[in-house]
Design a protein around this ligand. Structure first.
Ligand code: HEC
Ligand SMILES: [Cu+2]
Length: 482
């Protein structure tokens, strides 16, 4: 009897399974590109650690996103200031929440007080450059472009204006969530966290307004690795919170520019991880890897009270460079799940006194060689392609309102020493080139004297300029102030 009933129930169960399967198979899969929109709404944008309302079961709509770029001074850590470039006034930039099938009409405005042109590349966009070319915008202007969200997931957006790494390193990144049809499963608490690495002229903790350090950025030698743009953005009174028994979902991104995050919450296990922000769900995860320019969605139920510590488990970054946050959980103890001593403050930032190898004091000075004019032009062309091209463009034509032309430039041709000085030291403040005003920033180029001479010789001997041959000795004169 027993045997038979087992056989029968097995047949029944497998029968049910079959029914379940075939039902699923008949469910129509809609091509996201063909989802019709109904109505228009303005997107709610939020600063971290908060996220906008879930999409729930709303239909796809035309979604209006208005985002403003602000270059503004902020605090990196106690006593240390930094000039952040931001999408919407925060690092990371405003969180954008959409659903699959939305038609997003995106307007990017660049505040008139800003110094630089910017743009936006959204990884959620199917289209060239993720919108970068369409959104390139000079200070005081705005640009509008549209895209349809085709793939559900959590995506990074960032600025892609040259020098791209510098714009990202200064804080120009954020997250855009594309929810699936019907929305993500409901949870009790949702938060927005994004890691970033920062490179400053001074060492970690050195007070004052710290400038961006391009050399350290290229070497991937970060002074600060932080969540939400600064040390302590999620600790103490800034900690995120939840109550025992609640489910918590974290939208975690990594703006980079360089480092991969080993994202971990001390005292918890992720119940679910949307790996790389996509549709695959991994379960029961301790640490999830979030690449620069990538994201993950993690959720977990908090079962016991106490302070959970959010870290990049590449652990010196957490305790010494700032990548440490807190989730404070309130509620009843449950001794069955956890009993033991609880001490506030066991995991606290330690600050970063970095060890340094002694400087041998030697400085690379260019040895002056005897190149022919043609060789200098050839070498200069190489340097131009590597260092100047991104802003001044292939034929020195520049970009209106942003980067002045080097082709046929009256400003360039009027004064060689001034041009050398600009390449050596960079340039800010208003200038007039061929009748048009520019008021932007040219970054300082770290080139040897020979390289400065060669690149300018190339520029002076191209595109209708006056044919000056620039000598390394003249570059040295400008350096020494003669
Ligand atoms: C990050 C973008 C950027 C890069 C890279 C760059 N420049 Fe510039 N350059 C500018 C901007 C912006 C200005 C105008 C600055 C201002 O408004 O004060 C400028 C101005 C100039 C000027 C004076 C104005 C003119 O048009 O004659 C010269 C000369 C010049 N740059 C040469 C160079 C050379 C040579 C290189 C490569 C070695 C270079 N720049 C790399 C952005 C850049
Ligand atoms: Cu930018």
């Amino acid at each position: 009897m027993k045997k038979i009933s087992i056989v029968i129930s097995t047949v029944l169960v497998s029968g049910l399974l079959l029914v379940g399967c075939s039902k699923k198979e008949t469910k129509k899969i809609v091509d996201p590109a063909k989802i019709q929109i109904s109505g228009t709404m303005k997107a709610e944008l939020t600063a971290p650690p908060f996220v906008p309302e879930p999409v729930g079961d709303r239909p796809a709509k035309k979604l209006i996103v208005n985002m403003e770029i602000l270059e503004q001074e902020g605090t990196m850590t106690d006593g240390v200031k930094y000039m952040y470039w931001t999408f919407g006034g925060s690092v990371p930039g405003s969180f954008i929440r959409t659903r699959v099938g939305d038609e997003v009409e995106f307007t990017l405005s660049n505040h008139p007080d800003n110094k630089l042109p910017h743009n936006i590349d959204l990884h959620a966009v199917t289209g060239p450059g993720g919108g970068a070319t369409s959104s390139f915008v000079a200070p005081g202007h705005e640009k509008t472009f549209s895209f349809k969200t085709l793939n559900p997931g959590l995506y990074v957006y960032h600025c892609a204006t040259a020098p791209v790494g510098m714009h990202i390193a200064n804080g120009m990144y954020g997250l855009i969530l594309v929810e699936p049809e019907g929305g993500l499963p409901k949870v009790d608490k949702e938060y927005y966290i994004m890691q970033g690495d920062f490179y400053t002229k001074g060492e970690n903790g050195e007070p004052g307004l710290q400038a961006f350090d391009m050399k350290k950025a290229v070497d991937e030698d970060a002074d600060y690795v932080v969540f939400n743009g600064k040390v302590g953005s999620l600790t103490g009174d800034n900690a995120i919170t939840a109550n025992v028994g609640e489910t918590v979902r974290l939208y975690v991104g990594n703006g980079g520019p360089n480092l991969t995050s080993s994202f971990h919450v001390i005292g918890e296990i992720f119940d679910n991880v949307h790996i790389e922000g996509g549709s695959n769900i991994n379960k029961n995860v301790q640490t999830t890897s979030i690449p620069a320019g990538g994201a993950a969605i993690v959720d977990f139920k908090v079962d016991v009270p106490g302070t959970l510590i959010l870290v990049d488990h590449a652990i010196f970054r957490a305790f010494n460079k700032g990548a440490l946050g807190m989730l404070k959980v309130k509620g009843e103890e449950n001794k069955k799940l956890y009993s033991g001593v609880k001490q506030e403050g066991i995991y606290n930032p330690e600050g970063g006194t970095l060890q340094e190898m002694p400087d041998d004091g030697s400085k690379k000075e260019a040895k002056v060689t005897n190149k022919t004019l043609a060789q200098k032009i050839e070498s200069g062309k190489n340097i131009y392609t590597k260092t100047c091209f991104a802003c001044h463009q292939a034929n020195g034509e520049g970009i209106a309102n942003a980067f002045p032309p080097l082709a046929n430039s009256d400003y360039l041709n009027a004064d060689v020493k001034r041009a050398i000085d600009i390449v050596l030291n960079g340039k800010t403040g208003e200038i007039t080139v061929n009748g048009a005003k520019y008021n932007s920033i040219m970054t300082k180029q770290t080139l040897t004297d020979d390289e400065v001479a060669d690149v300018l010789t190339y520029v002076y001997n191209s595109w209708g300029n006056n044919g000056t041959e620039v000598k390394a000795s003249t570059v040295q004169e400008v350096k020494s102030g003669h």
